[in-house]
Design a protein around this ligand. Structure first.
Ligand code: ASP
Length: 645
């Protein structure tokens, strides 16, 4: 029987989730081998000196003369070594007879991770020495010739997935880190999903893959952009935060359906799920509405989803922004578990508890709560203290923990002030069980919800570190969030408005009149795609009317319309109605592979602080090289020195 290697499995779409804590060994996808699929396995040995890959050899190859190239994974007692390539591992017998002394010398002396080429015969392993854990475990290679292609010096770390190394070291020697099973797996899975996406978009739905410039100009509003100096004094390019304007202009140009695997840049520092440069599956279509875009994306994910995972179920559920905020305290709810926010204002209308009374006496005051299942059992006193401190420090809010212990006594600082009727009503509304803890806060709706939304996630993490299973790690819970407000108050000046998505987003058709009366109340045709509590995509139906676009930019957003005159002009020349979306590819692959960070699904990522630790980027440039750009660097120390004189 022919057992395809793990790579072939991947090509057949039989990828298996690789858990972080396991020791993914080359060829460990063995158990899923028997699943079948109709997809073609690529020819891995065309055009090159090898005849086969290390990982593909099986009993069906017995007797074949093969040439293999690979890295020495390990050697045992100078009798055999294990050779590795991208496809897996194979055991090579080191010849012991005098006539093969030179082959023996090469194979015994080459350090681990050296690259060698061996030729020999595929033979069966002696009875009892088969290794069922290894896909190639029934055979070994009887070597005739060997060549050391390149020796390896002492390594900064072992190329074994289970050997722990710091991320900084991994990034510094990324080319070595890429040899790990996990990185190979992540990058190959990514490549395959993108391939399927291309197939779906271009071949099945007539999209055109178009590249757009990365040297562009500043876009008003939105993220901070990287600047690139030009040779014209004081003039700069900007690296685009997305191809937004170009994709809209392509619609004006009649391209009808555009897509691009687009590199985007935002100068906002890295976070676990952010990078200064990242990749989007960027899409735009003419003559489409919100449901059209949603169906397209559901189909796209369904089509490109790895076969071994539970199939993507469509259509995805939809939630309004208002509901997401009220129930989960965020616009990207993790719907894999409950602990929803409940409005319990009515329970406390006649309360004697000071801060609740205070809050409810204000016009938009509310009392809200979440119930932590078995919190009394799993949360410690110091957890509750740090929850209260977090609420005070970050939200200026009070949190009241209400314990309901086994003999139904309230064990909370203000328990005595909660009347029996309130207690019963609370239990009914919150559906609390014994051992649950209710976290209660009071204040303005958005603030109370945001705080509880954060605490909901914090407590879920805490419970999970203590062994409670709240979120099924194999579950992928997609959600559309819709009906966002068109504008939000600016953080730095809440009396001014900024776009909730971007300034090209069309208002909700039934709210257009509000733009001229109460713009803050206008909803938009903006939709976000959320997966397990992460925003993995967002888009909108666009404004295709130049006058409306100008009004929003100039009057409501107070932007300089001259910067966008090209777009405004284009809209006036018969722009079709259009809309689009962008999916964050790095985040999506990160979630699919269960990786802890998006850096684990990018070949050469930047560090947390935006540096490439391998090449030491960004780097300084000598002043002569800056001259053509009319730029002079003033270092913080220079100006300090100047001031000192
Ligand atoms: N350009 C938007 C973004 O990068 C996506 C879109 O509206 O299509 O978030």
């Amino acid at each position: 029987m022919y057992f395809p290697s793990w790579l072939s499995q991947l090509y057949r779409g039989l990828s298996r989730p690789i858990r972080r804590t396991t020791q993914p060994i080359w060829g460990s996808l063995y158990r899923s081998l028997l699943q079948s699929s109709q997809r073609r396995i690529p020819e891995f040995s065309s055009f090159v000196v090898r005849t086969n890959t290390c990982g593909e050899l099986r009993s069906s190859h017995l007797g074949q003369e093969v040439t293999l190239c690979g890295w020495i994974q390990y050697r045992r007692q100078n009798t055999f070594l294990v050779l590795r390539d991208f496809d897996g591992l194979v055991q090579v017998i080191i010849p012991q007879d005098e006539s093969a002394a030179s082959v023996k010398k090469i194979l015994c002396e080459a350090p681990v991770e050296s690259v060698v080429q061996v030729s020999g015969t595929v033979i069966s392993r002696p009875a009892g020495q088969e290794n069922p854990k290894m896909p190639t475990g029934e055979i070994e290679i009887k070597v005739k010739t060997a060549e050391l292609l390149n020796a390896c010096k002492k390594l900064p770390f072992e190329i074994k997935d289970f050997v722990k190394k710091t991320e900084a070291l991994r990034l510094q020697y990324r080319y070595l880190d890429l040899r790990s099973f996990q990185m190979q797996y992540n990058l190959r899975l990514r490549s395959q999903m993108v391939m399927k996406m291309r197939e779906y978009l271009c071949n099945l739905h007539g999209f055109v893959d178009i590249e757009t410039p990365t040297l562009f100009k500043r876009t008003p509003g939105g993220a901070k952009e990287f600047l690139v100096p030009s040779r014209e004094p004081g003039k700069f390019y900007s690296l685009p935060q997305s191809p937004q304007q170009f994709k809209q202009l392509l619609m004006v140009g009649g391209l009808d359906r555009y897509f691009q695997v687009a590199r985007c840049y935002r100068d906002e520092g890295s976070r676990p799920d952010r990078q200064p440069e990242f990749t989007q599956i960027d899409i735009e279509m003419s003559f489409v509405d919100q449901t059209g875009i949603q169906s397209l994306i559901e189909g796209l994910l369904q089509y490109s989803w790895p076969n071994d995972k539970d199939p993507v179920v469509v259509p995805f559920p939809t939630m309004t922004f208002a509901e997401a905020l009220a129930t989960y305290g965020t616009d990207k709810p993790d719907t894999r578990f409950g602990m929803k926010i409940i409005d319990i204002s009515d329970v406390f209308r006649n309360t004697e508890i000071g801060f609740l009374q205070d809050a409810l006496s204000k016009p938009h005051g509310t009392v809200k709560a979440i119930c932590i299942p078995e919190g009394a059992k799993y949360l410690k006193r110091k957890d509750i203290e740090s929850i209260r401190k977090f609420a005070a420090d970050h939200f200026n809010q009070e949190i009241l923990p209400v314990f309901l212990n086994a003999n139904r006594n309230w064990n909370s600082p203000v328990a005595n002030f909660i009347m029996e009727s309130q207690r019963l009503e609370l239990i009914r509304l919150m559906e609390t069980q014994e051992e649950d803890v209710v976290l209660l806060t009071a204040g303005e709706h958005n603030k109370a919800c945001s705080l509880l939304g954060k605490l909901r996630l914090e407590c879920a993490d805490l419970l999970e570190t203590r062994g409670v299973v709240l979120r099924d790690p194999t579950l992928f819970s997609f959600l559309w969030v819709v009906d966002f407000p068109l504008f939000l108050p600016k953080e730095e000046n809440p009396r001014e408005l900024e776009s909730a998505h971007h300034p090209f987003t069309a208002p909700h058709p039934s709210d257009i009149h509000l733009l001229y009366t109460e713009p803050k109340k206008a909803r938009s045709q903006h939709y976000d795609l959320v997966l397990n509590g992460n925003e993995i995509g967002g888009g909108s139906i666009r404004i295709h009317n130049a006058e409306l676009q100008r009004y929003i930019l100039a009057t409501l957003l107070k932007e300089d319309v001259k910067m966008l005159s090209h777009l405004l002009q284009a809209l006036d020349y018969g722009a079709p109605p259009h809309g689009g979306i962008a999916l964050g590819l790095d985040r999506l692959i990160c979630l699919v592979t269960g990786s802890p960070s998006i850096r684990d699904v990018i070949a050469f990522p930047k560090s947390f602080r935006g540096h490439d630790l391998m090449s030491n980027t960004p780097d300084s440039v000598p002043p002569e090289e800056l001259k053509p750009y009319h730029i002079r660097v003033s270092r913080p120390t220079d100006s300090k020195a100047e001031r000192a004189h």
